[in-house]
Design a protein around this ligand. Structure first.
Ligand SMILES: Nc1ncnc2c1ncn2[C@@H]1O[C@H](COP(=O)(O)OP(=O)(O)OP(=O)(O)O)[C@@H](O)[C@H]1O
Ligand SMILES: [Mg+2]
Length: 316
């Protein structure tokens, strides 16, 4: 198999001893766009934070491995990890405030990021930053550069954070809900720019979103997460056209409700974290669940070429 840019193998993450990400594996090739969807609280941001090694004091990787460009990231020294992050990984966090430094002007943040990579003048940095912001539909870039993050709206902060990540030409961009605060037309522009970045520079993108529309537009492959596990994944077209898991189908039934609301027709909530369930975590909410479903945690099985699911119940 060709070497993958990012490979997550059997990853298990806990917060305060409670399993949040449960045995997740995924891989991403160069220039590939991989989408992750799933209801609020299923562990999507935790997965990204684990990949970036920013889980915080309460979080811990308790199992599995993460490889970047074939190298085990857990073996990196702090300095090396910082260098990889600065040079090869771009990240946009769900809360754009986390991606930006609150006490520095936007122009300083661009300058410092660019300066760490190469020789650049402040003037040149301002020009590059303003151009990138304009591509993401942020007008009056020159004026925005003079501001502090708190002087911008959430949607503007989100795009500044994305511009800051994109301007560095990362090999891999990890983006957590990068368009959630944007209205639909701006969202379309931002998606177009991310895809262009991939087409021009071969950037791989791991994108987390509630929005199946974003997935169907952008992603090459998609993984559906439920209660800390991937329950279905594969080639985007195959998964969306022929969803095998009842949970994926209920998410798809939510289209065209792009607001991020809970899927229509799906009652109840995911099981609370910390309750260890014997069987499939979706069984409680699943109209097709059998007694067996409540006993055994199902493995991912092949549905068709480039398409895997933990459930084969077609429901028709
Ligand atoms: N810093 C933290 N300390 C303790 N628990 C946390 C922390 N961050 C997240 N969690 C818990 O981990 C679980 C998964 O949260 P996570 O933010 O990964 O979900 P998500 O899929 O990104 O949800 P959303 O779609 O709402 O962003 C939740 O139960 C959450 O309360
Ligand atoms: Mg999240």
């Amino acid at each position: 198999m060709e070497k993958q840019l990012l490979e997550v193998r059997n990853l298990q993450v806990e917060y305060l001893g409670i399993p949040i990400v449960k045995n997740i594996s995924l891989s991403l090739g160069k220039g590939e766009i991989f989408g992750i969807v799933g209801e609020s609280g299923c562990g999507k941001s935790t997965l990204l934070s684990a990949i970036l090694h920013v889980l915080g004091a309460d979080g811990r990787i308790v199992g599995g491995r993460i490889f970047f460009d074939g190298k085990d990231m857990s073996l990196f020294k702090k300095e090396e990890r910082r260098r990889i992050k600065g040079e090869h990984l771009g990240a946009v966090f769900q809360n754009p405030g986390e991606s930006l430094n609150p006490s520095r002007k936007i122009e300083t943040q661009f300058y410092e990021a660019l300066k760490a990579h190469r020789q650049i003048s402040k003037q040149e940095s301002r020009k590059l930053a303003a151009d990138m912001m304009e591509r993401l539909n942020l007008e009056h870039g020159e004026e925005l550069l003079k501001k502090y993050p708190f002087q911008l709206s959430g949607g503007m902060q989100q795009r500044v954070a994305l511009a800051l990540a994109m301007i560095m030409d990362p090999e891999l961009l990890l983006a957590d809900e990068p368009t959630s605060a944007l209205d639909v037309t701006v969202q379309a522009q931002v998606i177009k720019e991310m895809m262009e970045m991939r087409d021009k520079f071969g950037t791989a993108i791991l994108i987390v979103t509630h929005n199946m529309g974003v997935i169907s537009h952008m992603a090459d492959r998609v993984a559906v997460m439920y209660a800390g596990r991937i329950v279905e994944y594969g080639d985007k077209k195959r998964v969306l056209k022929n969803p095998s898991h009842p949970y994926t189908r209920s998410l798809l039934n939510a289209i065209p409700d792009f607001s991020g609301n809970l899927p229509k027709g799906l009652d109840g909530n995911p099981p609370p974290f910390g309750i260890i369930q014997a069987g499939c975590e979706f069984a409680e909410r699943c109209p097709f669940a059998t007694e067996d479903c409540k006993k055994i945690i199902p493995d991912l099985k092949q549905v068709e070429e480039e398409h895997f699911s933990t459930c084969m119940e077609k429901g028709d």
